[in-house]
Design a protein around this ligand. Structure first.
Ligand code: DAH
Length: 338
């Protein structure tokens, strides 16, 4: 078979292909397993040994030339199709491109980031702690001993039979971890996910979010605590809100308080504040000496305050969400609203 003649025959055939299918077929006829070039290669053993090399080279050169013709034709066909699509009636090149569907930040992420920015601007460090926590940090070091009734109210998920590992029931264990790694004075916050073995309903979920705060320094007092909480409330609600302290009992603070804020949504009672004009928002207190000691801080020299903000609850208040379970069920119809 004459390679030049084959190429001359292939050239017009390839040029005449009007679509990719025809082009593929032509390609197969020349370079396919049963094509002309395979046939040329199959002749080699029958040739005079002196001619074999030259024959093989010619066959390969032909193959290369044909593949280049095919490629060029394919490029021409693609350009033609694109051009046709551009000219088609429904194609308007002046229209903006289609908008890609974008996600948005989860409302919990939004509030977490806002609070992180606020506290960082006040010199706090943002900390992370393990969600699978040692009983020691979740309870023991927080002055919640083995037989303490507070353990029952915390409905713990235990991770092993010995009860050494738990899913943290609050972000407070990060307090102790923070003290262990630092020398006072320091200020930290620790936002994160916490877990309780809870029967779920509109106001309880097994997984929710809190933000712990801890300040340790010289002569830290309730006045500092109130000041910090007022700043926090201003950051959240955008204006000053009156606060009041009620006694609250938590083993890791003494004295402990429930800090209420004036309802930001009404003047004379609404469904959010249950007609009381106060919303219960922030459990807090002065860090118990035992907790300071557990964190390696000398209570004779240093004191501190701590608070625990319920981020899930805060998001619910802010967006008037009536069921905490919406926050984690991942329904895009809910999430799209934020
Ligand atoms: N850890 C407590 C809880 O989840 C909340 C809390 C109360 C945190 C008082 C504190 C605090 O830092 O001082 O129920």
């Amino acid at each position: 078979m004459d390679p030049e003649a084959t190429l001359e025959e292939a050239r017009p055939r390839i040029a005449a292909c009007e679509d990719t299918a025809a082009l593929k077929e032509a390609e197969r006829d020349y370079v396919g397993k049963k094509g002309a070039i395979s046939a040329m290669l199959a002749e080699i053993p029958k040739l005079d040994p002196a001619d074999r090399k030259a024959h093989g080279q010619k066959a390969n050169a032909l193959k290369q030339a044909i593949l280049e013709l095919v490629q060029a034709r394919q490029a021409a066909l693609d350009a033609r199709d694109l051009d046709a699509a551009r000219r088609a009636d429904d194609f308007d090149p002046t229209l903006p491109p289609p908008v890609a569907q974008r996600g948005s930040l989860h409302p919990i992420t939004q509030v977490t980031r806002e609070l992180e920015d606020l506290f960082v601007s006040m010199g706090y460090e943002v900390l992370d702690g393990p969600e699978v926590e040692l009983d020691h940090y979740n309870f023991e070091a927080l002055n919640i001993t083995k037989d303490h009734p507070a353990r029952d109210s915390q409905d713990t998920f235990y991770c092993d039979e010995t009860g050494t590992l738990v899913l943290r029931t609050h972000t407070s264990p990060v307090q102790v971890r923070a003290m262990e790694g630092r020398t006072p004075p320091f200020r930290v916050i620790a936002p994160g996910r916490v877990f309780r073995q809870e029967t779920t309903d509109a106001s309880h979920d097994h997984t929710f979010y809190q933000m712990e705060g801890l300040v340790v320094g010289k002569d830290v007092s309730v006045a500092h605590l109130i000041g910090a909480m007022k700043t926090l409330l201003r950051g959240i609600f955008g204006r000053d809100l009156d606060v009041r302290l009620r006694p609250g009992h938590f083993p890791f603070v003494e004295p402990g308080f429930e800090l209420d804020a004036r309802c930001p949504f009404c003047d004379d009672g609404c469904s959010v504040c249950k007609k009381t004009t106060w919303i219960e928002l922030l459990p807090c207190g002065l860090v118990h000496p035992n907790v300071l000691r557990a964190g390696g801080v000398d209570p004779e020299e240093w004191s501190g305050f701590a608070f625990g903000l319920g981020l899930s609850r805060l998001v619910m208040l802010r967006h008037n969400i009536d069921d905490v379970r919406h926050l984690l069920d991942g329904d895009v119809r809910f999430l799209e609203q934020f």
